[in-house]
Design a protein around this ligand. Structure first.
Ligand code: PAF
Length: 278
């Protein structure tokens, strides 16, 4: 597996692969890999000739009071895991390599960032779009792989690609969970023992809410009560929206999503399902 740190080297790797006609799958990550990332690579490996994983903790998507500095990093371990999962190359640039100068251009997620995480993380999705735009262009990937746990991110990236004719396909990959239902996340290591014991209630609340929503009822009051009784964290949001357009007119494909702020970890989770119209 090749470790690539500069754009020049990446262009070289891409042109070598394009010359042989190889299809390129891109798995963008911020590192500190877990089974969710491994599943992205394994899926990419089945569908492409070569797989490029990017590992870059993107400063543009962190707010001033967020965890950019203390976001977990372990490049040595990440390289081993990426190789085991089947990645052919890792692109791990420095911030100066990716953002050599302050750009005057802003790519905005617009109204798709008005809901869910976008409400409490202003500018976060604009920062995600800034880096994925660069990664899509630099990698010349045929397909890029994103997990459904970050469902709002996925919807926004799908919209970018569709609305602006990016020449690649976005592939959705199902959330990977611990045996007790907790969605895998690099931020789970911030949980205290007590919080880790409470965290599976997020998925349980979603399952309960899903049944209520499918039955035509408002799931939010019951979920709020359930989480209030079973979790010490503070609920940031619980929302039922259409998916992937994230409007409040919910029939057809829907997302039920929540975010809970524990002492040091903000956990998000969601379920996607169908609500039949009347
Ligand atoms: O989901 C992530 O890890 C990041 O938001 C992404 C897509 C790699 C962009 O930095």
């Amino acid at each position: 597996m090749r470790l690539i740190e500069t754009i020049e080297e990446l262009k070289q790797w891409v042109s070598e692969n394009k010359a042989t006609g190889a299809g390129i799958g891109l798995v963008p990550t911020m590192g500190f890999l877990h089974e969710g990332h491994m599943k992205l690579v394994e899926t990419a490996k089945r569908e492409n000739d070569v797989v490029l994983m990017s590992i870059f903790v993107n400063p543009a998507q962190f707010g001033p009071n967020e965890d950019f500095e203390r976001y977990p990093r372990d490049m040595e371990r990440d390289q081993e895991l990426a190789q085991t999962a089947g990645a052919d190359a890792i692109f791990a640039p420095s911030a100066g390599e990716i953002y050599p100068r302050e750009s005057a251009i802003v790519i905005s997620a617009g109204r798709l960032a008005d809901q869910l995480c976008g409400k409490s993380r202003p500018g976060h999705f604009d920062g995600v779009l800034k880096v994925v735009t660069k990664l899509f262009h630099l990698s010349e990937a045929d397909r890029a792989y994103f997990g459904q746990k970050d469902a709002q991110q996925l919807a926004i990236i799908e919209s970018l690609v569709e609305d602006f004719n990016f020449p690649l396909e976005i592939r959705r990959v199902e959330t990977v969970r611990e045996p007790d239902g907790l969605a895998k996340s690099s931020r789970n290591i911030y949980l205290t023992g007590q919080e880790r014991a409470e965290a599976p209630h997020l998925k349980k609340a979603l399952e309960m809410g899903k049944q209520l929503a499918i039955g035509g009822m408002d799931p939010i009051p019951a979920m709020t009560d359930y989480l209030g009784e079973n979790c010490s964290g503070t609920i940031d949001y619980i929302q039922l929206l259409s998916y992937p357009d994230l409007t409040e007119n919910v029939t057809g494909e829907a997302i039920l999503a929540l975010a809970v702020q524990f002492e040091k970890a903000r956990l998000i989770d969601n379920l996607l399902f169908t609500i039949k119209g009347n």
